[in-house]
Design a protein around this ligand. Structure first.
Ligand code: XIL
Length: 310
């Protein structure tokens, strides 16, 4: 189907006592995202030197296994090392952000072809203004354009994404992202895609939320010859507590199926689950993934496989 079907991964991948992890990942997924290893604090905790070890291990393993890698994420309000907060002027922070982006993207050039350049810049507050962060506060709203320009300069061949959550359906927050991206395209900022995180639960109604209409309007934003790429980037569908387990697993499978079908309907570029199995999910209590604690496929796995075979 030409789809990147990915999973977020972490150091567990290299645990010799946990061979099923790598086996499951490599058998079923053709794309990976570092769950944490490429975040600012993961790569650049020390201002004077990058630490690429863990991220390199993930990327090299993926390349060896024929998997593509999404780079996640260059500029985010979260996971920032303390030194970033000590910066006091616009000029110095802009320079630091550009240096970070340039150093990271240059290092992975040729191995990472897609970057989440800016993550979660829109707030959940009424009206959905830009989210307070050192970047917004000191540099101003144009930190977003500047981050994309620096990434493009470091790797002109990479696809550059804006990524956010609670933007899967038509709603006020996705409207705000839409306006942001529209403005960037109008200003000639190099942006090629939008990622929709899809942190969901079994109450989510893909049709009711109008996910397809939302994804399609972003696709249509692109230039005449090339549509905007879209991906579901951090999919997990949590079970709701205190409900019959079989019903919940079936409901979870239906949400995965509907979401993947919608993604395929708009020719999305990728569908990434946020983890491989339930026990290494960041929301392990909600058992939100397609493999269970024993690496066994769940009803959601069957639904996904069936949808891909349609
Ligand atoms: C989460 C990871 O899954 C956790 O392990 C970590 O402690 C915090 O970050 N949005 C994102 C992801 O873009 O990077 C976040 O990942 C989840 C929310």
């Amino acid at each position: 189907r030409g789809l990147q079907f990915g999973a977020a991964v972490n150091h567990t991948l290299f645990d010799p006592n946990e061979p099923d992890y790598a086996r499951t990942l490599n058998r079923h997924f053709n794309a990976v995202v570092a769950e944490n290893a490429m975040k600012w604090a993961g790569l650049h905790n020390n201002r004077e030197a990058f630490a690429f070890g863990f991220a390199d291990a993930i990327v090299d393993t993926a390349v060896k296994n024929g998997q593509t890698v999404r780079g996640h994420t260059l500029v985010w309000h979260d996971s920032l090392p303390p030194w970033v907060y000590t910066i006091q002027t616009r000029e110095e922070l802009l320079r630091a952000m550009q240096d970070h982006v340039t150093g990271v993207v240059t290092h992975f050039r040729g191995r990472v072809h897609i970057w989440d350049v800016v993550n979660e810049a829109i707030s959940d507050a009424p009206g959905h203004p830009l989210r307070p962060s050192p970047f917004l506060n000191l540099i101003g709203p144009d930190f977003i354009d500047e981050a994309f320009r620096a990434t493009h300069a470091a790797d002109p061949g990479a696809k550059l994404y804006y990524n956010d959550y609670n933007t899967d359906g038509l709603n006020g927050k996705s409207d705000a992202v839409y306006e942001l991206v529209r403005g960037m395209l109008a200003r000639g900022v190099p942006i090629h895609g939008v990622g929709f995180q899809a942190h969901l639960n079994t109450d989510f109604d893909v049709k009711g939320a109008q996910v397809q209409a939302n994804l399609q309007r972003f696709r249509d934003l692109g230039l005449d010859v090339q549509m905007t790429d879209v991906q579901m980037t951090e999919v997990n569908v949590q079970l709701r507590p205190a409900r019959p387990e079989a019903d919940e697993l079936a409901r979870q499978a239906a949400v995965y199926r509907d979401l993947l079908r919608t993604c395929l309907n708009v020719q999305c570029a990728g569908f990434v689950t946020w983890g491989v199995t339930d026990f290494n999910s960041w929301r392990a209590g909600g058992r939100p993934l397609i493999f269970d604690d024993m690496y066994d496929p769940k009803p959601a796995f069957a639904a996904v496989a069936q949808e891909l075979a349609r």
